[in-house]
Design a protein around this ligand. Structure first.
Ligand SMILES: Nc1ncnc2c1ncn2[C@@H]1O[C@H](COP(=O)(O)OP(=O)(O)OP(=O)(O)O)[C@@H](O)[C@H]1O
Ligand SMILES: [Mg+2]
Length: 374
């Protein structure tokens, strides 16, 4: 490089650099302004840097005044073009950003984001992210709605289920008061049954609310599954006998599981009572328990005649009882009908133990399968 060229490079670098720094500061200072003015600022800085370099080199006598005039004219025209172009690009950026802002606002109002944002990659990414958020929001809203719906159903079912026995109790007490009861002892027994049923229902509700609010305290310890099953069978024996249902099953010996004993026996007895209740006289209910890799498996098989496929996903729902109609027949205490809480409690307890419960049809009835980690 000749000496002159070195001088030209250094002079231009100094002047253009100075203008660049000034322009940079100006753009930094105005960084909160519209993107339109920022792009104009960048383009103007570029043009002015060229002009500053040119003027400086002409001052150093490398350009004749005629050449300087020509170059200045060229720079002026190119500058106008560059600034106009920057303005156009800046306006487009501002427009895309405004469109995105409007869509985000609509998202806030309607809760769903529908966008076909064109524009640079960053805008597309932002819009994509908003779409994901919108999908997640929609999902959680649907979940919440379902939960709210089931809560409402539960309240109305429970109040219905309480109102019926309460009306019965009132009628019976009135009859007793007025001395109209022909068989007071039967009335008393009946009242006792109704009260027991309501107490059980309120207990179940309390248990469910503890499970759902996550305050259920598990006290896990090593439990022999065989003992829990035998106890449950012994407890259900009188009901099974009264209904003519035979209880059977096989439990592998020495199957140990780490679980809350009270919770586990509640799971087994709820499943067992259901199975007995849905099995016709002379039917068989079988309980089996065995060790499987990584845990234990408990199965309660009945002779209920099978469940409708569309009911299977619903049996563990709170308050679900097979049919939305709550006829008095369902409330007949002699067949042990409850409030549809038993299986929801089973599921809650099993899941609190990090296990799973499922139901399948298994000729001649259905089978509830509980898997618990050992
Ligand atoms: N072993 C079973 N065989 C056939 N159907 C069943 C069986 N267990 C449960 N179901 C069906 O699932 C429904 C829900 O059962 P769940 O145990 O939750 O409530 P419930 O037995 O009606 O009342 P609760 O258990 O609160 O006293 C039952 O009403 C019944 O329709
Ligand atoms: Mg039940």
């Amino acid at each position: 490089m000749t000496h002159d060229q070195v001088v030209i490079v250094l002079t231009t670098a100094a002047w253009s650099g100075g203008v660049g720094v000034l322009g940079g500061l100006l753009v930094w200072w105005g960084r909160r302004a519209s993107v339109r003015w920022l792009t104009v600022g960048v383009a103007s800085t570029a043009v002015l840097a060229v002009v500053a370099g040119t003027v400086a080199t002409s001052r150093a006598m490398f350009l004749s005044s005629h050449d300087l005039g020509v170059i200045s004219l060229v720079a002026a025209v190119a500058g106008v073009v560059a600034i106009a172009f920057a303005l156009a690009v800046g306006s487009a950026l501002a427009r895309w950003s405004r469109a995105l802002r409007d869509e985000a606002r609509r998202f806030g109002e309607s809760g769903s984001f529908a966008s076909d944002t064109s524009g640079p990659a960053e805008f597309a990414e932002l819009s994509e992210e908003l779409r994901h958020t919108s999908d997640r929001l929609a999902e959680s809203r649907a979940r919440e709605l379902a939960l709210e719906q089931s809560r409402r159903e539960l309240v109305s079912w429970v109040s219905h289920d309480l109102r019926t026995p309460l009306a019965g109790l009132r009628a019976m007490t009135e009859a007793l008061e007025d001395g109209l009861a022909d068989d007071p002892a039967r009335y008393h027994a009946q009242m006792r049954t109704e009260v027991d049923r309501m107490v059980r229902m309120v207990d179940d509700l309390f248990e469910l609310s503890r499970i759902h609010s996550g305050v259920m305290r598990l006290a896990p310890q090593q439990v022999a599954l065989g003992d829990v099953v035998s106890e449950a069978i012994a407890g259900a024996d009188s009901v099974a006998r009264a209904r003519g249902v035979r209880l059977g099953g096989e439990v592998e010996e020495d199957v140990l599981v780490t679980a809350d004993p009270a919770g586990l026996s509640r799971v087994v007895s709820n499943l067992l009572m259901n199975a007995i209740r849905h099995t016709p006289a002379d039917g068989v209910v079988e309980v089996s328990a065995r060790a499987v890799p990584n845990g234990v498996e408990l199965a309660v098989t009945d002779a209920c005649g099978g469940m409708r496929e569309e009911d299977i996903p619903r049996v563990f729902d709170v308050g679900w009882q097979g049919s939305p109609a709550r006829t008095p027949d369902r409330l007949d205490t002699t067949n042990g009908a409850g409030a549809g809480l038993g299986l929801a409690i089973v599921k809650g307890i099993v899941e609190a133990h990090l296990g799973q419960v499922a139901v399948t049809n298994h000729d001649p009835g259905c089978r509830f399968l509980v898997r618990l980690p050992a």
